[in-house]
Design a protein around this ligand. Structure first.
Ligand code: ADP
Length: 397
């Protein structure tokens, strides 16, 4: 089957066309199992349509889809799309797995907009534009939050008054779920253990970064919270800060308003604020050349991550595997080394040679005596979305 995987932003649409063969015509859960059973898949084409919106070159999402359709006509040699899979950032408390989209589902995605004001409305626009252009095509939504619906209440609750949760939905949701889920399945397959028996910690380290505690193959805690701002020190995001910092910023003569606070913590903090760059390669290079700011930025990011891993090791009753994934996790051997060095108390050791290898394959980088197996597992959210879409589209008949 040909799957069009769409990631709609407010001013851009990222797309891939994947050919998935061998997935069962069953439930989404079957599709997840198929990941492990080795479904064949290939990327046929991919691209980006930018500058969508009143001030851009492309008027709106409908016009963007006309452009996309023209490109696909050319790039697919007349072959037609069978199903569309959408990455949707927020599924709130409603969605714990991928779903086949109907009008009620789109409305729910829109209703969740207060929880993801930049992302959910854009996803809904993309879905509606496709409904209009290709009304016969089944569409599937895959939610970034869904994998974390297995968190126990003690982990997802904030210790704040109950009505803030009940009336305003303020709780931990967690993000990057598609990636955490996918690499967990790949790791189980690689290790030859049933997924339901996998206890470990996944560190998804890209520009945005989060770490997840995995018990029995399911998410039981995760570092991102109500929004993707919580947790680790990221490229430009602060991660955890004392909430009183916000009230301090909002008072006094030079008070920040909500928008300024949002900008400072989301766009002007993290590695960028401390080290002067959010590019891991540049920071490592500068730190090796003796730059103190870059060194501090790396140390802070690794230290925060190490503390989370230690905590999650306890939360899962003893992690058997630690998984690195995404841009930094897959590519930065020096950053992985910093993290593993910080985990000495857990008996984790590194195979320096294996760590230095550059590869697109899943690989083991822990030393032979390491108490916890350390893996690098390339993530592929589009593949996970494509497989879920095929699994659900097969259900329709
Ligand atoms: P996102 O998808 O969250 O935007 P990515 O997963 O693409 O982010 O990761 C981006 C991060 O990965 C950046 O900090 C970048 O510096 C880092 N990165 C990418 N390639 C390499 C590499 N070869 N070596 C070290 N870091 C890398």
């Amino acid at each position: 089957m040909l799957v069009l995987v769409i990631n709609s932003g407010s001013s851009s649409i990222k797309y891939q066309v994947r050919e998935v063969t061998g997935a069962p015509a069953g439930s989404a859960a079957d599709a997840a199992a198929a990941q492990v059973a080795g479904v064949e898949d290939a990327i046929l084409t991919k691209g980006l349509i930018e500058n969508i919106g009143s001030s851009g070159a492309v008027a709106d999402h409908a016009e963007a889809l006309d452009l996309l359709a023209a490109r696909l006509d050319e790039e697919l040699n007349g072959r037609e799309i069978d199903v569309v899979g959408h990455r949707v950032v927020h599924g709130g408390e409603r969605f714990s797995e991928p779903v086949l989209i109907d009008n009620e589902i789109v409305r729910t995605i829109e209703r969740l907009a207060p929880l993801a004001p930049l992302h959910n409305p854009a996803a809904a626009l993309g879905i509606r534009a496709i409904q209009k252009k290709w009304p016969h095509l089944p569409q599937v939504a895959v939610f970034d939050t869904a994998f974390h619906r297995t968190l126990p209440e003690r982990a997802w609750r904030y210790a704040i008054p109950d009505e803030l949760y009940r009336l305003r939905g303020i709780r931990r949701y967690g993000f990057h779920g598609t990636s955490h889920d996918y690499v967990t399945g790949r790791a189980a397959e690689h290790l030859g253990v049933p997924r339901e028996e996998l206890d470990g910690v996944v560190a998804h380290l890209g520009n945005g970064a989060s770490v997840t505690a995995i018990k029995g193959g399911a998410s039981v805690d995760t570092s991102m919270g109500y929004t993707p701002l919580a947790g680790l020190v990221m490229g430009t995001r602060s991660g955890d800060v004392d909430p009183s910092v916000l009230t301090a910023l909002m008072t006094g003569p030079d008070a920040y308003d909500a928008e300024q606070i949002d900008r400072v913590l989301n766009n002007e903090s993290g590695l960028l604020a401390i080290g002067g760059s959010n590019d891991m390669r540049e920071l490592v290079q500068r730190a090796e050349g003796g730059d103190e700011k870059a060194r501090l930025a790396l140390e802070m990011a690794a230290y925060r991550l190490v503390k989370y891993i230690g905590g999650y090791h306890v939360a899962v009753g003893g992690a058997r595997v630690l998984i690195f994934t995404a841009g930094i996790g897959e590519n930065s051997a020096p950053f992985r080394r910093l993290v593993v060095e910080g985990l000495g108390a857990l008996g984790v050791t590194l195979d320096e040679e294996a760590n230095a290898v550059r590869s697109d394959e899943i690989r083991e980088i822990s030393g032979p005596d390491s108490a916890i197996t350390v893996l690098v597992v390339p993530t592929d959210e589009e593949r996970a979305i494509a497989e879920a879409a095929v699994g659900l589209a097969g259900d329709r008949g």
